[in-house]
Design a protein. Sequence first.
Length: 143
Amino acid sequence: MRLLTPAVLGALASAQVMACDGLAIEHAWLRQPPPGSDVAAAYFEARNTGQHALTIKSVGSPDFKGAMLHVTRVVEGRAEMRPQGDIELGPGAHFSAAPGGAHVMLFEPLQPLTEGASLTLELHCAQGEPLEVALPVRRDAPP
Ligand SMILES: [Cu+2]
C-alpha cells in the first residue's frame, strides 16, 4: 500500500490519469519573458506514479508555434543550452525541470503572455496519449 500525498492526488485528479501511463506533473509554470521577447522558458516537476517505467520523448503547447526540451550546462564558465534527450523515469522516479537546468523552451507565442494567464503544456511519452497540464504564467518562481 502506497500513500499518496494530497499534492500528488491533486495532480492526478487534474490530469488525465491514463495519459502517459502514470506520469504526474506538478508545479508547472512559465516565466513571463521580457516585453517583445518571442521566446519563453517553462519548468515542471515530473514523477512516475505508476508501476512501469515511462519515457518523456518531447513536449508541446497549443499556445506556441514551437516547443523543445532543453538543458543548460556550464561549459568553460559559459552557460549553454542543448537539446535534452529522452527523460526516462522508473517507477517512483522524479525529474525536475528548474531554472538553471532542464527547461521547456517555447517559441513564438500565439497569445499574450500575461502574468496570471493559464496556458497548456503537453508532455509526449513513448506510450499513451499526451498528458496536458495547466501552465500558469508567472513573473517569478512559485514559492
Ligand atoms: Cu532553452
